[in-house]
Design a protein around this ligand. Structure first.
Ligand SMILES: Cc1cc2nc3c(=O)[nH]c(=O)nc-3n(C[C@H](O)[C@H](O)[C@H](O)COP(=O)(O)OP(=O)(O)OC[C@H]3O[C@@H](n4cnc5c(N)ncnc54)[C@H](O)[C@@H]3O)c2cc1C
Length: 363
């Protein structure tokens, strides 16, 4: 097989680069994907009840980057949607991130914007040297807010107490002094009509692009002649784990279909104190789909094989940097995306990065 470009991975990073190569350079590009579908972690499909579900966790597109937004608009129409999250605390749902509304509802008060500062100040714990994530929250919001919103949530999310996590993991708690209860405040927000997979299919629908599914690139790469490889798989796997395996946090997904029109008040609820799971997502409320039934997803963070979140401690950042140093020496290979860069990217960030990488490839 002969292709000028080979892309490993059919997630948003790989698909964006392949789309650019096909539509701007009119060169042939082969995408090799080990899963049995395209889309990477934004993959969605219809379940047995006919509800569009996101198989690797809930995704909402949001950005202030107009160029990225215009780029994706070529390939989808939007279900306009403003993401709102409620946190289940002391038996009630309160808005998240913490805003004036959250504080008023939590403590049954009616503070004004001006009064909120004084209230928070009265609760802060004085800490001389901020070293850990626990110190960050205690010094900014006090013990009650720390325990209700952060302590147990962090333990569930990372399997580690915030007192063991560097201050950079929670460097700032977002306190909104106003009544804005949206989760994201970006200018452009929504979800593609018909889903992310449909959007990805349209991006790939170019005669120059060939996609090979169910194939680990190492099985076939020696049989392919190419000039440039864009690699979006795990960076440590590329180097056969020769410096050791990077740590990732994984997620156990539990899907449930319920025989009711609505399961919870908003698309996403957070569970910082009770139960094993951290979030429940109700998909219809993300996508605007109508159905007599509803499907929800409970997420239980865990250690596991499937990599989802980079591990936020110095040890793993240092190992990732060593791999990046090795990657910088590779000729004709570009390392791109969350797995290949060992970096958390939102969807708009990864598309921006892919567009920039494509432009750099021309120089
Ligand atoms: C639970 C969760 C929720 C999220 N929610 C949001 C959100 O609401 N909004 C937002 O903007 N972002 C969200 N994100 C981030 C979003 O998922 C990422 O920005 C995006 O998926 C990154 O795309 P990618 O192409 O870098 O990686 P991926 O989507 O992981 O694509 C990489 C692809 O490479 C393939 N691959 C790996 N190894 C090989 C190999 N050896 N051979 C061949 N193929 C291989 C993988 O199978 C995969 O398909 C969320 C992430 C998580 C984990």
């Amino acid at each position: 097989m002969k292709f000028k470009y080979v892309v490993v991975g059919a997630g948003l990073a790989g698909i964006t680069v392949a789309e650019r190569i096909a539509t701007q350079l009119h060169e042939r590009v082969l995408i090799i994907e080990k899963r049995d579908h395209i889309g990477g972690n934004v993959y969605d499909e219809y379940d047995a009840a006919g509800i569009l579900v996101q198989m690797y966790g809930p995704h909402t597109f949001h950005t202030n980057d107009k160029e990225v937004f215009d780029y994706v608009c070529q390939y989808c129409d939007w279900h306009e949607y403003q993401h709102r999250v409620l946190s289940y605390v002391n038996g009630n749902f309160v808005p998240m991130p913490i805003s004036l509304e959250t504080i008023n509802q939590l403590y049954n008060m009616n503070l004004s914007e001006d009064e909120m500062d004084a209230f928070i100040d009265s609760r802060k714990v004085k800490i001389d040297e901020i070293k850990t994530s626990e110190d960050v929250v205690l010094s900014q919001g006090g013990k009650d807010i720390y325990e209700k919103f952060f302590k147990y949530f962090t333990i569930k999310q990372w399997g580690v107490d915030p007192s063991q996590l560097d201050k950079s993991v929670i460097s700032r708690i977002p306190f909104r002094k106003n009544r804005d209860t949206r989760y994201f405040t970006d200018q452009y927000q929504g979800n593609p009509k018909g889903g992310f997979t449909k959007m990805c299919q349209r991006m790939l629908n170019q005669p120059e692009i060939k996609v090979l599914l169910n194939t680990d690139y190492k099985e076939v790469i020696d049989d392919v002649e190419y000039e440039k490889l864009v690699y979006t798989g795990p960076i440590d796997y590329y180097f056969d784990y020769k410096l050791g395996q990077l740590k990732w946090r994984s997620i156990k997904f539990i899907f449930e279909t319920h025989d009711c029109e609505s399961y919870q008040p908003v698309a996403s609820t957070r569970w910082p104190m009770d139960y094993e799971y951290t979030r429940i997502t109700e998909f219809k409320k993300l996508t605007g789909q109508k159905n007599d039934k509803t499907t929800i997803l409970k997420e239980i963070p865990c250690d596991g094989e499937e990599p989802f979140y980079t591990f936020p401690t110095a040890e793993w950042k240092a190992l990732a940097q060593k791999y990046r140093d090795l990657a910088a020496e590779e000729k004709n290979v570009i390392f791109l995306g969350r797995l290949a860069e060992y970096k958390y990217y939102d969807m708009d960030d990864v598309i921006r990065r892919a567009l920039d990488v494509f432009n750099e490839m021309q120089n």
